[in-house]
Ligand binder design. Structure first.
Ligand code: HEC
Ligand code: HEC
Length: 221
């Protein structure tokens, strides 16, 4: 199992690099599996079409993100959360060259152009990303404990987040992405986090963070 996961991480990295290159040329990066976003693009939904044309190259046909932690899963995320993050990239309040570049392009200048794609993604099913390369029980139990004590009041008992309160769903998110966000927040690389959120994350040690990422990435809400 460890071998399989390690190999999958490698493939994810190579695939992500290839997909990133394709996305800049605006080409679909891979042949669409049935029922995927790219296949759905054939239907009349404008959000599905925008997703297939502008986003699937990096986020994947089923919007599950990449194992290497660069690209997050978006499927099943709350519409309000997706909209906030997209606005933050557009306005320079969240930093990432790839997303900022995309959002500053003319075609995403207004919220109306983003709302359809956010609604489409919120309606997609997310399959839990399924843990990190270690996957040890002890670290997962630690993460579950920390989550229940310090995070569940806002993120929800099953990390399902909240549409009206604009709190992200964390359940099922990519393991490496969660780890990176938690470290980035504390290191000051995620300016759109509320200050008290950063302070809260700064109290976590490396094992807490690994445990949280393990627990959350395996969870279905
Ligand atoms: C060139 C690759 C690329 C393309 C194309 C792309 N993304 Fe992203 N996206 C990323 C990366 C990388 C991140 C993580 C950035 C970070 O760490 O802040 C991201 C992050 C996001 C996030 C934040 C998710 C979260 O959990 O906070 C949202 C929302 C998002 N993208 C939506 C979209 C949408 C919608 C499109 C199409 C209109 C799109 N992306 C196109 C690479 C891409
Ligand atoms: C007071 C409410 C609150 C608490 C408590 C809280 N969070 Fe959050 N969290 C939020 C909100 C709101 C956001 C969205 C911030 C933004 O707009 O980018 C967020 C965002 C996040 C993200 C980014 C998700 C993404 O898709 O990029 C992670 C990861 C996260 N929180 C983890 C945690 C962990 C782990 C804990 C417990 C140690 C925790 N949070 C406690 C409210 C909270």
């Amino acid at each position: 199992m460890t071998h399989l996961r390690t190999r999958d991480f490698g493939i994810g990295l190579v695939a992500a690099m290839a997909l990133t290159a394709c996305a800049y040329r605006g080409e679909p990066a891979e042949s669409p599996p049935p029922g995927s976003a790219v296949a759905a693009a054939a239907d009349s939904s404008q959000g599905a079409r925008t997703y297939a044309a502008e986003c699937a190259g990096c986020h994947g046909a089923t919007a599950q993100g990449t194992l290497n932690g660069q690209v997050p899963a978006l499927a099943g995320q709350h519409r309000s959360v997706l909209m906030k993050q997209l606005r933050d990239y557009r306005e320079g309040e969240r930093w990432d060259a790839r997303m900022e570049g995309l959002m500053q392009e003319h075609r995403f200048a207004t919220d109306a152009q983003l709302d359809g794609v956010a609604a489409f993604l919120a309606g997609m099913n997310m399959a839990p990303a399924g843990g990190g390369p270690g996957g040890e029980t002890a670290i997962r139990a630690r993460g579950e404990r920390v989550f229940a004590n310090s995070c569940a009041t806002c993120h929800g008992a099953r990390a399902q987040g909240s549409e009206p309160r604009i709190v992200p769903r964390l359940a099922g998110q990519q393991y490496m992405y969660l780890r990176r966000q938690l470290h980035d927040a504390v290191d000051g690389r995620r300016p759109n986090f509320p200050r008290d959120h950063i302070a809260r994350l700064a109290t976590l040690d490396a094992d807490d963070i690994d445990g949280l990422a393990e627990y959350l990435s395996e969870l279905s809400p």
